[in-house]
Each structure stands twice: as C-alpha cells, then as structure tokens.
Design a protein around this ligand. Structure first.
Ligand code: C2O
Length: 572
C-alpha cells in the first residue's frame, strides 16, 4: 500500500514534468503577407515589397524546441519564396525556401505555409526572400532563445538589440537586377546602407529618421548584428566602445573584445557592449569592406547610441539640446588585414565535435568568370570587353531549373531537371590565385548536384580564384552548420595546410567568406537528407551562377529520411 502510493506519486510527478516540458515548447502561428508598400528613403518614395507592410520585416522571437507555422500570402506581383537562413530544417527541406531548389515559388495570389521545428539551435538567425533580388526589402530577424531554464555560456544582458544592416537602391531592386541580367554587365551598386531600415545622418533626407538606441550608463546590452545586405561585406563599429563577440551564425564563441567587426552578407554576429564611456552620443556605423577590384557603394550608414544622461547643448534653434555624436574609426575599404585578423580570432566556445575522419574530400574553386559573345557589340554583352559576367564553382556556372524544383524532381523521380555529376575537383588544375590564362575564364552552364551518402563526413576546401578579380565570397550552406577548420592566402596546399587545421575549437557557422585570393576549409557531417543549396551570399554572384546543390541521400528508416512534402507545397 505504502509503496504503491509512493510509486503513483512519483509517476504523477513524472507526468507533470512531461507536461511542463511539452507546454514549454510553443507553436508560433504567423501570417506573412507579401505586399507592396510606399517606403520613403533618400528623398524618394518607392513601392517596396514588404512583409505585412513592414520594412524591415517582423522579428520572430522563439525558443529552442518551438515550432513555427508561417503562412506566406503573396499579394505582390512577383513570385516569391522565404528562406529561414541558418535553420537546419532536419529531414524537412520543404520548409527551407530557395526557389527552384526545394520548392517552386509562391505565385502572386497563392500562399504556402512553412512548418518547421527548431531542433537544438539557439542564437541569432534571420529570414529573407529567396527569389531574385526581393530580399533587398523582404528580410527580418529570427531570434532563438534557449529553452526555458537553459543558461547562456556568458552573462546575458537584460536588453537585446537587433541590428539589421541592409542595402537600399533608389530604384526598384528588381529593375536593377533585370537591367543587369539583360546587359550582362555588373548590377548598379546600392545607393545607401541601412541600419534597421534607415540610412542615417550621412545621407540626404534621412537625418530625422536616424535610428537611436537609448542606453543607461553602466548598462550592458547585446547587439544582434545581421548583414542582410545584398552584395557587400561590411565593417561595423561603435564610437569609443569595445565590442565583445559572443556568437556568430547562431553558435557561441569564446568571447573576445574588438573595436570593429567584419560581417559578410548572410552572417550574424552577437556582441556585448557596455555603456562605460562619458555620457554622450556615439555613432554606430557600417561601411564597405571591399575586397574586389570592382565598383562598390562607398557610403556609410549610421545610427546613434544615446546615453540617457547625455548632456544637452544650450542655445537656440537647430541642433539645440543635442550634442553631435562622436564618430567611430572604421578600417579602410580594402583593409583585408583587419578583416582577416577579425575572422581568425573566432573560436567555438568549447571543444567542438568536428568530424576527424573525412569521407568526402572536396576541392571547390569559387570565383567569377566571363562568357564570350559571338557579337561583342550586342546590347546583351556589356560586360568587360563585350562579354557577359558569370561566376562558378569548379567551372560550373549554376542555372536554376524552371520546370520543377530540384527537391521535388528528386522526390518524385522526375528526370531532366538536374544531373548529379557535379565535379568534386576543378576540371583542370592551375595556379588559382596567380595570373590565370584567358582560356580558363569561361565557365560552363549547368544544373548539377553532388550526391552525399547519409552521415558522410565532408570536407570542402573553398578556393577563391583571381579570375576577373580575387574576392571575399561569403559561402552559405543550407541545411547545415559547418566548422571552419582552416584558411589561408594563395593556393591551398593539400600536403602542408591540413596539418595546421584547428580540429579542437574551430568556429561553427553557416556562412564563411573565402579570403580574397585565398582558401577556407570547412567540415560537416551530412546528417540531414535533402537537396541543400550552397552558394555565394552576394546576390549578384548568385545570379551569375556561383552556386551548387548537395543532394544528401536518406539513411535507414523514417528518422533518417526526408519527410513527405506538405500538401500545399507550390507546384511549378
Ligand atoms: Cu541566406 Cu540561400 O540564403
């Protein structure tokens, strides 16, 4: 009697605990209505494509373990799809979002519900349109807090501030893209950078809308910095304040302090900032890190960190009451040394479970190229010397399929959409970062995937080429987080470089830049079946074909296989 009562009490507690656990995982049901909305920047109003009329779009705040059901209703005149950048989408490529890779786009008037669960991820991620250049205005933060009661590996400040860095064109970005696609020349560079959608004090007609962040003296805040810009790596700094980096791409790092960060398109960086300076007003600013020999937007976006007890200026009229903010020191536009030094300081916060044995040893050249024209004077061949710009991985310039998405074709066994002969190494070896002969500048177009066995340990060396120009290419892999085990300048040396790999605490990321004229090595285990896009997160390079697809096969049984597609998955 006594013992059975004891048992039922324990069972009761266990059931309660179960319910508490279940109850702590939430389902977030949201609607994202894609719609045009007048947005005024740089003195002019544009009908920008937005989510729910907001620019930038809504911030999603969830916890590890939560599920999301986001119904995207397309009330714009363009096809669209939404990507949840950095979410692993385990066995669920259907919710990943890149058009023609894992789904057909959502047509005007149609809708699709992205259903997915956050499995063992926490930190700063973001979401954005994954359809041509729509992400210029269709993006927002996706913040994943730890499960209730689960601690941060550092002292977490009470206040968290998302900082979305963007790029603004004083035109319809879709027209900018269309023009570039027609002429074959490079797309126009942006007219402004933005912080949370605002260009800031240094641009025309922008001053009154500059974003301000009030802060209490002595307070520490966390900045969740996201580079949502289309085409540009950025330096970011806050005048007089040090930044302590604690996380990149939703993976914690060993904290370190710096006065400036470099952040590539697609990347996120969390930093702690303590208001330990003289009460005052301080600019936070971002401007280009330009590693290429190419035109770029050389303007500077600013917001203001404002101590609540900042002294006011006496006097009358304009400017009365506010002292002008202090400006930060930013590195020179082409300061690769500073960019590299920053990236090289990143370390995973503890010992990382890096694959030590490699099953798939891939060597990918990444870079630009030029397609020759039979009629170089054609209006369609306005690239250098009457060519059209291109870009490639292992000389393969990726073309999106049109009739179906790769994942749908693969699942349905529909032939003719893609092939699986993506080359594991470049077709010819050459001095990748030297003076490359013109004969090697022209890539081949195709829609090729590379097959990976379930749970294969993969290493990829991403080797930048100097074709057209050496450049930092922020390479993003969908469906995975990877470890950045090594990097260097010049050509990768397979005999000597692996010995220097960091297999102990390399940073974990979903997007990593190739050093300009250099290489970077990443490792991951292919434990997520499906079709996963890997591409340069510079949208002009993506459009030129700097992309490929990994097709990760199913393992054994349901728990290692791609789920059935949802019924509302758009068809092409
Ligand atoms: Cu954030 Cu395929 O991209």
């Amino acid at each position: 009697m006594e013992s059975s009562r004891g048992f039922s009490f324990l069972a009761f507690i266990a059931i309660l605990a179960c319910f508490a656990f279940l109850a702590s995982a939430e389902l977030h049901v949201r609607e994202f209505v894609i719609q045009p909305k007048p947005v005024k920047r740089l003195c002019r109003t544009h009908e920008s494509i937005t989510v729910n009329g907001q620019f930038p779009g809504p911030t999603l705040e969830v916890r590890n373990g939560d599920s999301l059901a986001i119904t995207v209703i397309n009330k714009a005149r363009y096809n669209i799809s939404i990507h949840w950048h950095g979410i692993r989408q385990l066995r669920n490529p259907w919710a990943d979002g890149p058009e023609y890779i894992t789904q057909c786009p959502i047509r005007p008037g149609q809708s699709y519900t992205y259903r997915f669960t956050i499995e063992d991820q926490e930190g700063t991620l973001w979401w954005h349109a994954h359809s041509r250049w729509l992400r210029a205005t269709v993006y927002g933060a996706l913040i994943i807090y730890p499960r209730l009661g689960s601690p941060y590996p550092f002292h977490m400040p009470k206040r968290d501030i998302p900082i979305l860095l963007g790029e603004w064109w004083d035109r319809n970005p879709m027209d900018v893209l269309r023009q570039a696609q027609f002429t074959g020349a490079a797309a126009n560079v942006s007219d402004a950078y933005t912080i949370n959608g605002q260009p800031g004090d240094l641009y025309r007609c922008s001053r009154s809308e500059t974003v301000r962040f009030p802060i209490f003296p002595g307070e520490t805040v966390q900045l969740r910095i996201i580079n949502a810009g289309l085409n540009q790596e950025l330096f970011f700094a806050v005048a007089n304040h040090q930044l302590t980096v604690v996380e990149t791409d939703s993976a914690y790092t060993k904290p370190f302090t710096t006065s400036v960060i470099m952040i590539g398109p697609g990347q996120t960086t969390n930093v702690l900032l303590t208001a330990n300076q003289r009460p005052g007003r301080y600019y936070m600013a971002a401007r280009a890190y330009n590693s290429a020999n190419a035109p770029f937007d050389n303007t500077t976006t600013t917001a203001i960190l404002e101590y609540v007890n900042a002294p006011t200026r006496r006097g009358r009229g304009r400017g009365r009451g506010q002292i002008s903010p202090v400006f930060p020191v930013l590195p020179g536009f082409n300061d690769t040394a500073t960019a590299t030094a920053f990236t090289n300081r990143l370390r995973y916060w503890k010992r990382a479970p890096v694959p030590l044995q490699v099953d798939e040893n891939l060597f990918f050249t990444v870079g630009l190229g030029l397609i020759n024209c039979s009629n170089p004077n054609s209006p369609r061949c306005q690239g250098p010397n009457g060519t059209r710009f291109a870009a490639s991985i292992n000389n393969q310039s990726f073309v999106l399929p049109r009739r179906n998405s790769i994942m749908q074709a693969y699942y349905q066994g529909m032939p003719g959409i893609f092939t699986t002969d993506f080359p594991p190494v470049p077709p010819v070896q050459f001095d990748y970062t030297g003076n490359v002969s013109r004969g090697l500048w022209q890539p081949v177009k195709g829609t090729k995937a590379y097959k990976l066995k379930y749970k294969a340990n993969v290493q990829i060396v991403l080797q930048d080429t100097s074709i057209v120009t050496p450049e930092n290419h922020p390479m993003h892999l969908h469906g995975y987080q990877f470890y950045v085990v090594g990097s260097g300048f010049g050509n990768f040396n397979p005999r000597t470089d692996p010995a220097r790999f960091n297999l102990f605490d390399p940073p974990e990321r979903n997007t990593i830049g190739t050093p300009p004229g250099g290489w970077v090595a990443i490792r991951f285990q292919a434990d997520n079946p499906g079709a996963w896009f890997m591409h340069c997160h510079i949208d002009s390079h993506l459009g030129w074909g700097l992309a490929m697809v990994f097709l990760v096969e199913n393992g054994r049984g349901q728990l290692q296989s791609v789920q059935a597609p949802p019924l509302d998955l758009p068809r092409c």
